[in-house]
Design a protein around this ligand. Structure first.
Ligand SMILES: [Zn+2]
Length: 239
């Protein structure tokens, strides 16, 4: 293989590597959905607390209803006893009267408590319903985002796989010492190791005008020529 063929092989390798770098950059720049996921997690968290509150109020209401029923039942009994004619002692009647009044006051208070809790529960339930809708919306947004992400990521992965296969082929065609030099240069020069000479005298890597002697060497294609400024390999323009 002569120098020109080697340089052309290297140039096609460079094209593939640059395309691979672009695919990698695109993949890295993809929005992985961190924010939509955070929004979903936070919506779920708020919903969880609201549902917990509903459960707690449901239990409190149940307890209050039971307590209220107990007091109402006892009030009924004591009230019936008071007017049954079976209790006759005035002291006893007085005590019974006091107890009936106390039970009446308590049952009144407890009924108010039950009503209060029922109102609270209703509000909490409708709040939880709203929050459930929010969480569903956030979940759908996350699902849509991930679908989109996976689609683009799969395209980029396919692209990279195809490029990697072509790269292996192109690398196999390049002499190993030159390939080694190319890899080192690529690492040192921001991913671009070989560039074309443009307008017959300009390094397309750094836009510097080449000296007359360098130009001549590039065109002669008898050895590997590096740009004096950016130190990249310079390839003559195709004939
Ligand atoms: Zn240069």
């Amino acid at each position: 293989m002569n120098v020109r063929d080697n340089l052309e092989a290297l140039l096609s390798l460079q094209e593939i590597d640059s395309a691979l770098d672009t695919a990698k950059r695109k993949y890295a720049a993809l929005d992985k959905g961190l924010q939509v996921r955070q929004e979903y997690e936070s919506a779920k968290g708020v919903l969880g607390s609201a549902e917990q509150l509903v459960k707690q109020t449901e239990m409190e209401l149940k307890d209050a209803q039971l307590e209220c029923k107990g007091v109402v039942d006892r009030h009924k009994l004591e009230y019936a006893k008071l007017y049954s004619g079976k209790v006759t002692g005035s002291r006893e009647l007085q005590d019974l009267q006091a107890e009936v009044e106390m039970l009446e006051r308590n049952s009144h208070k407890l009924k108010e408590k039950v009503d209060d809790l029922a109102r609270q529960l209703e509000n909490q339930r409708s709040r939880a319903l709203e929050l459930r809708q929010d969480a569903t919306r956030a979940g759908n947004a996350l699902r849509r985002h991930l679908e989109g992400f996976n689609k683009i990521a799969a395209i980029l992965r396919d692209e990279a796989a195809t490029l990697s296969a072509s790269r292996a082929e192109a690398a196999a065609k390049t002499p190993s010492d030159l390939l080694g030099r190319y890899e080192l240069l690529r690492t040192a020069r921001g991913g671009v190791a070989i560039v074309m000479m443009q307008e017959g005298e300009v390094c397309s890597g750094c836009r510097m005008r080449l000296s007359a002697s360098l130009k001549q060497r590039v065109n002669a294609c008898t050895d590997i020529v590096l740009c004096e400024n950016c130190e990249r390999i310079i390839c003559p323009q195709p004939k």
